[in-house]
Design a protein around this ligand. Structure first.
Ligand code: GDP
Length: 435
């Protein structure tokens, strides 16, 4: 997917615009998964073109007194990581010094930049907007975040300027594509080096399907796999930023481009907000996940057992808790083989296909024994179910009254499914449809 970043100083209307872009799709995704939505990252679609959107402003807390330097770093990162940038300004405020700063950075960018003037609600504002030519970014688009006017034209332009995504070449036996993600200093590079160390520089780079993402093929412990390397991961940040925004932004492309994400956690810090955001990113993209609790060598084993630690993490993963959690050390090279084995297993789990007859044989008796609760005196009857031929596991159950099947029952079905089949580390979708 192409990645579109929304930049601009605080309070110009970035999140309103962001919400408008992702609204339609998100509503669907949320009702199925029941997972809390990320307020800063989502998928959107216009004229049949799908893209990911990141609201860079959403990651700043207490954004009123934000430092200029911080905005600057955000814009720089957006420039690094995104395929197109939407720069939002506010017609009521006119050009502020901070707008000037941002524009200065954006003028140098080779990627498409769309200047969007918000709060243009009437003809007079439309005239005021002319001033923004002075930002030196050329043509601009006027919108009203409140009414949504102007959005269509802007999106027409956006999907037109987005780079074409190369066709994904279908290999006969495609290798698993893994990415290593996590917040700064969790030990991602150390893990990668410990795993593939000496060969890092003698491997052949195969241009990936996404601009800026490179799949590098490795063979370790008898496993063949591709490791997704993105510009953002390759290039080490000059200053190590411990802001949620940075690790999420740097993970988006890698996650979207891979099959299984190895999420590296720093054992000395625990599973925190940033880790959760990255986890949700993988879940939302329906990627496989393995959680690697790194630096386990530093944890006093008397104070904390793996079991306690694991339980705490699983609480944070709700409701998608069926995820492998491994305790590793990149430093002492503990359980690296296990980590790789598990990643391969999750990859296999994700692409397994269950035959329709077996699936019905197994699920129908379970459903018969525990049918969905009756609603308004009506009984839901499920006659037939199957796995859909989709890249990620999706299951459909045909019922007379699918709208009566509520989330708790969907979770019950999902749990039964996970008990019977190994979907460890793999998000699955369950739908109920009219027969
Ligand atoms: P990255 O930003 O996620 O790529 O993190 P780095 O790989 O650069 O590691 C950050 C710091 O943690 C470095 O000082 C590493 O030496 C240290 N580190 C990484 N893995 C381990 C580990 O398993 N045990 C210990 N004790 N330190 C580690």
């Amino acid at each position: 997917n192409n990645i579109v970043a929304i930049v601009g100083r605080p309070n110009v209307g970035k999140s309103t615009f962001f919400n408008r872009l992702i609204q339609r799709r998100e509503a669907i995704v949320d009702s199925v998964s029941g997972v809390t939505r990320d307020r800063n990252y989502g998928k959107s679609e216009w004229n049949g073109k799908e893209f990911s959107v990141i609201d860079t402003g959403g990651y700043i807390k207490g954004s009123d007194d934000i430092f200029e330097a911080e905005i600057r770093r955000q814009v720089e990162l957006a420039i690094d990581e995104a395929d197109a940038i939407i720069f939002i300004v506010d017609v009521e405020e006119g050009i502020t010094p901070m707008d000037d700063e941002v524009a200065k950075l954006l003028r140098k960018v080779k990627k498409p930049v769309l200047l969007v003037i918000n709060k243009v609600d009437n003809a007079m504002r439309e005239k005021d907007a002319v001033e923004f030519y002075n930002l030196g970014l050329g043509e601009y688009y006027t919108i009203s975040g409140m009414s949504g006017s102007g959005t269509g034209e802007l999106l027409d332009k956006l999907v037109e300027v987005l780079p074409e995504m190369p066709e994904v070449t279908e290999e006969v036996e495609p290798l698993p594509r893994f990415c290593v993600v996590g917040r700064p200093n969790a030990g991602k590079s150390s893990f990668i080096n410990a795993l593939i160390g000496e060969d890092r520089f003698v491997v052949t780079d195969i241009a990936g399907t996404t601009r800026d993402a490179i799949d590098t093929k490795y063979n370790r412990f008898g496993f063949e796999f591709n490791l997704v390397d993105t510009a953002g991961i390759r290039r080490k940040a000059k200053v190590k930023e411990d802001l949620e925004f940075y690790s999420v932004m740097r993970s988006v492309r890698a996650i979207e481009h891979s099959d299984v994400c190895l999420l590296v956690i720093d054992a000395t810090r625990g599973f925190e907000g940033q880790d959760q955001s990255i986890f949700w990113l993988a879940e939302k993209n329906r990627k496989g996940v393995v959680i690697l609790v790194n630096k386990w060598d530093l944890v006093e084993k008397d104070t904390m057992s793996t079991r306690d630690y694991e339980r705490k993490i699983r609480e944070e993963l709700q409701p998608f808790t069926d995820v492998p959690i491994l305790f590793i050390s990149a430093l002492t090279k503990q359980r690296l083989l296990k980590a790789l084995e598990t990643a391969v297993e999750v990859f296999e789990n994700r692409k397994q296909r269950i035959s329709t007859s077996k699936f019905n044989e197994l699920m129908l008796p379970i459903i018969e024994a525990t049918p969905p609760p009756a609603l308004k005196g009506k009984y839901v009857k499920i006659k037939y179910c199957m796995q859909l031929p989709t890249p990620t596991p999706q299951f459909v159950f045909f019922a007379n009254l699918p709208q009566y099947v509520k989330d708790p029952y969907k979770r019950f079905i999902e749990n039964k499914l996970r008990e019977q089949y190994n979907f460890s580390g793999v998000p699955i979708d369950i739908y109920f449809r009219q027969k």
